[in-house]
Structures are given as C-alpha cells and as structure tokens.
Design a protein around this ligand. Structure first.
Ligand code: ADP
Ligand code: ADP
Length: 226
C-alpha cells in the first residue's frame, strides 16, 4: 500500500519569456516505511519536489496523495493542519529555538498541537538518538551533529507517518553524516515512518531502500506523462 503518490506533478516558475520547468511531470509512489533518497545536481528540482510532496507549496498542476487524500484539495489552513499531523521535516539548518533546551525543542511541536506528551515515546526517541544526557542543554552548547539529532527528534516527536528531509547531513562532516543517517534510518524503521530525503552524497544515498534520480525536473528512468 502506498502512503504517498505523486501524479504528473509540474511546477513552473516565471513567465512565457523565461519559463523554468522546476518539475516537469513527476510520478512517484512511495510505500509505507520505505526510505527513499532523492539525488540530483543543483537546480534539478529536488527541493521543489520535496516542498510539493510536503504541501509546503502548491504545484502548477498534478496531484499529491497522502494516505489517499489529495492534499491540494485542502484549503491552506486545512493543509497546514494535515501537514503538522502527518509530516515531520528535517532541514540542513537545524532551526532549533536557541532559548529552549533540548527537551523543550523536541516536545515543542506536541505542545503547539495542544497534545499530551507521550513520555515513553519521547524517552525512546532520546535513547535512539543517544541524547539522553543532553536534555537540559541549550542548542548553543551542542555540536552540529548533536543539534541535528535534536532536530530529528523534533521531527519524530509528533509521530508523523512521513519524514521529509532536505540535505539533513549537508552541514556535517562525513563521519557524523553517516552516524546521523544511521539514526534517521534506525528510528524510522523503529517507528515505521516513511522517509524521503534529498542528498548530494552518493554514500549517504546508498543507505536508502531506493534511490530516485532527478534531472531537469524529471525522474530518470521514470514513467513519462504529458
Ligand atoms: P535543487 O533542489 O535540485 O537544487 P530546486 O528545486 O531548488 O533544485 O530548483 C529547481 C529549479 O527551479 C532551478 O532552476 C531553480 O532556479 C528554480 N526555482 C526554484 N525555486 C524558485 C522560485 N521560487 N522562483 C523561481 N525559480 C525557482
Ligand atoms: P511528570 O509530570 O510525568 O512527572 P516531568 O514533567 O517531571 O513529568 O518530566 C518527566 C521527565 O521529562 C523528567 O524526568 C525530565 O527528565 C524530562 N523533562 C520534563 N520537562 C523538561 C524540561 N523542561 N527540560 C528537560 N527535561 C524535561
């Protein structure tokens, strides 16, 4: 069963004079629990694709179904709620809140949703990510790799069914990158989450269940719709 299905997704920027086909007919089916790496050169459309898959931006045409719901039929406010419930985002910059400690950063999305904190689950996240002793630390006291672990914890906190990650290891050295990737993989398998991750790094990509290669807004070897 697919958790995510993109149909003939197109995103064009600009006008008739200078049209950029950032996405040019993307078809993608992702199974629940699958770990996918999206690879492509700079400007090939990776970020645009991730934004569309996560409903952060609307396509020029085409559909994205998550759990059989056509997400672009939602109005903006409904889409925001759907996104917060279903999707966890991890970015290259960790975007932690500097005045909150690690525990508060990780549990913030739960509090924002007005939900109870599942202490057992949060405890599992801390253990899985190896940051149990960092609960009371402020982000500025942590290394880049540790901060990214916290950002992963925050993405996992609301138990999203999909994790979308844009170059999550882009700011980390290669050893830390592999560690952090391993953690994303282990925690996603542990909590049966689907991961779609952009990376430049071929070694990182090889850790995925499946690699999608994108060029000029198209999936290489993908099925083409007009
Ligand atoms: P990647 O993530 O693979 O580097 P992007 O998805 O960021 O690629 O960009 C794909 C193409 O779309 C590029 O040519 C980029 O310049 C263009 N693009 C992306 N976002 C915008 C935007 N907001 N306005 C105009 N062009 C954009
Ligand atoms: P309960 O109300 O269930 O007793 P607590 O609020 O005492 O739960 O928190 C349980 C655990 O979560 C604590 O032992 C502590 O480790 C951690 N914790 C709770 N709030 C924070 C916080 N603001 N910063 C760091 N850790 C926290």
């Amino acid at each position: 069963m697919e958790i995510l299905n993109a149909r003939n997704l197109k995103k064009y920027y600009g006008n008739d004079k200078s049209l950029v086909r950032a996405l040019d007919g993307i078809n993608l089916e992702v199974k629940r629990g699958e770990f996918i790496a999206i690879v492509g050169t700079s400007g090939s459309g990776k970020s645009t694709l991730l934004h569309m898959l996560g409903g952060l931006d609307r396509p020029t045409s085409g559909e994205v179904y998550i759990d059989d719901k056509n997400i672009f039929e939602f109005k903006d406010d409904e889409l925001t709620i759907f996104r917060r419930r279903k999707i966890g985002f991890i970015f290259q910059s960790y975007n932690l809140i500097p005045v909150l400690n690690v525990y508060e950063n990780i549990t913030l999305p739960i509090s924002l949703d007005g939900n109870e904190i599942d202490r057992e689950y949060i405890g599992e996240i801390f253990k899985t990510l190896g940051i149990e002793d960092k609960k009371y630390n402020m982000p500025s006291q942590l290394s880049g790799g540790q901060q990214q672990r916290v950002a992963i914890g925050r993405a996992l906190a609301t138990k999203p069914s999909i994790i979308l990650a844009d170059e999550p290891t882009g700011n980390l050295d290669s050893k830390t990158s592999l560690d952090v990737m391993g953690l994303i993989k282990v925690s996603s398998k542990r909590f049966n989450q689907t991961v779609i991750m952009i990376t430049h790094n071929e070694e990182i990509a090889q850790m995925a269940d499946r690699i999608i290669r994108i060029e000029d807004g198209k999936i290489l070897g993908g099925e083409i719709n007009e």
